[in-house]
Write a protein that binds this ligand. Structure first.
Ligand SMILES: [Zn+2]
Length: 85
């Protein structure tokens, strides 16, 4: 069986290398009928293209990969099972 690898690439420069940036934040929200604030601490990963510095969220990368999967599946359906015999 042959193996493929599809890469998530930057949509503005086609580069496939990214570095991870971390954001740390506290998210405050009010509780109903009270002046108290409760908070969540969040850490968020941001992926930055090493070439053009464009940033992507984790969700955007996951959606990009899901797209690749859909496209690859389409390719399998179009090709013949016996094409490499
Ligand atoms: Zn880029």
């Amino acid at each position: 069986m042959s193996e493929f690898r599809d890469y998530f690439v930057c949509d503005s420069c086609r580069n496939r290398d990214f570095k991870v940036l971390y954001n740390f934040s506290l998210r405050f929200h009010k509780v109903n009928f009270s002046d108290d604030l409760i908070y969540d601490s969040l850490s968020e990963e941001i992926f930055q293209c090493t070439q053009c510095q464009k940033t992507y969220t984790k969700t955007e990368v996951q959606e990009g990969l899901a797209d690749l999967k859909r496209r690859r599946k389409g390719g399998v359906r179009q090709g013949s099972l016996f094409s490499d015999m």
